[in-house]
Design a protein around this ligand. Structure first.
Ligand SMILES: *Cc1c(COP(=O)(O)O)cnc(C)c1O
Length: 387
């Protein structure tokens, strides 16, 4: 069991990661060099997608996905309310509107039912994209969501920063999150709390070569180099960005990808231990039920706590855990309640999102935790809940 403070998540950086970055620092290219393509190729191969485009962060990947789809004013994106701000902000960046979908109160995921209901609210408007979030790393019901999106003339863009390494089985179709079987694009983040870390960083995967080309173009100023043109020539079709990921970060990403199987196994083991250790605390403390089609690599261990029945507020629980050296976090505040979206969309009631938000608390989960740390967290939680 470790002695120090246990945050809810943290990176695992080992000596060979440090050496990989040191080598990158001594190489010819700090950015736009060959390590970028090497990381992209490795990542595409790992998730089973034809193309992967590295970006400066996960938020940038979502923005580029909107640009690549040419989404703009008058268009609507459907976003589950339980997610990080960026899933909805990317639509606002390009002038599109967001219709928030509710989520299942016990899993936090957008479902066929909640998407249908959101599509009804968006009826008559130009729905272009649906952005399912594989919250916690749990895989959404992709075939059902895709069928509904297809029916509405929209595509799925999977916001998958929680789900790297996760696999699914729908009927006879098995695959990995990000393989592009259901979503036209999937977005990942390498922020230090995510499954692999590059400091800041992100990746979009797609099987569509034209989309990959547009992602690459918008990643670097909207520039194209026409074939056969003079060597200094570049053309700007539309203003783009500098959303490139440096070779230094890509070297770290390559090193981290080699550890993904080990990280995944550790996360699975720790999640299993949490399941056993928390079971006696039901019904006051429960875990979201696993999805039958999914073999996830959980990024977040979200416990659902009935704070009212426990007679202890979430703030007291977080502070009590913190004083015992244990970090926790809330994933997430429903995005539709944020001042910006409330002002823009009007007040709205999404009872599933509210019910999830009222109970969720993420407990420490990261590969460097040892088995005893789970016991330490659960013991502290019992004390704080006076169980
Ligand atoms: C982390 C995260 C993002 C944004 O990624 P950054 O790399 O931090 O920009 C977007 N959506 C979800 C669901 C995330 O967890």
């Amino acid at each position: 069991m470790s002695e120090g403070f246990l945050p809810y998540g943290r990176q695992t950086i080992e000596d060979d990661d440090v050496e990989a970055v040191a080598r990158a620092l001594r190489a010819d290219y700090l950015t736009t060099g060959p390590t970028v393509a090497a990381f992209e190729d490795l990542f595409a191969e790992a998730v089973g997608a034809a193309h992967a485009v590295a970006c400066s962060n996960g938020t940038a990947t979502l923005h580029l996905a909107m640009m690549a789809l040419d989404i703009g004013p008058g268009d609507v994106c459907i976003v589950p309310s339980i997610t990080f701000l960026a899933t909805a902000s990317c639509a606002a960046y390009v002038g599109a509107d967001v219709v928030f979908a509710d989520v299942d109160p016990d899993t936090g995921l957008m479902t066929a039912e909640t998407l249908s209901e959101a599509l009804e609210r968006a009826a008559g408007r130009r729905v272009r994209a649906v952005l399912p979030v594989h919250l916690r790393g749990e895989v959404c019901d992709l075939p059902a969501l895709k069928a509904l999106a297809d029916g509405a003339g929209a595509v799925l863009v999977e916001d998958a920063p929680h789900a790297l390494g996760g696999r699914y089985r729908f009927d006879d179709e098995t695959g990995a999150v990000g393989d592009g079987r259901y979503g036209v694009m999937a977005s990942f983040s390498f922020h230090p709390v995510k499954t692999i870390a590059t400091g800041e960083g992100g990746m979009v995967t797609t099987n569509d070569g034209a989309l990959a080309e547009r992602l690459r173009q918008f990643r670097s100023h909207g520039m194209a180099r026409p074939e056969g043109a003079d060597p200094w020539i570049y053309e700007m079709i539309q203003p783009g960005f500098n959303y490139r990921l440096p070779d230094i970060a890509c070297a770290l990403g390559i090193s981290q990808m080699g550890k993904l199987p080990r990280f995944a196994e550790r996360r699975r083991r720790l999640a299993g231990l949490y399941g056993e250790a928390l079971a006696p605390l039901a019904p006051l403390v429960t875990l979201p039920p696993p999805m039958p089609w999914s073999d996830p690599v959980l990024h977040l261990l979200c416990a659902l706590i009935d704070f009212e029945a426990a007679g202890v507020s979430r703030r007291e629980v977080m502070e009590g855990l913190s004083s015992r050296g244990i970090g926790s976090q809330v994933h997430y505040i429903p995005v539709h309640t944020q001042p910006y979206w409330r002002a823009r969309n009007g007040a709205q009631s999404l009872p599933g999102a509210d019910a999830w938000y009222a109970r969720c608390l993420s407990l420490p989960l990261f590969p460097a935790m040892d088995d005893g740390d789970v016991e330490r967290v659960v013991t502290a939680l019992r004390e704080v809940l006076r169980l």
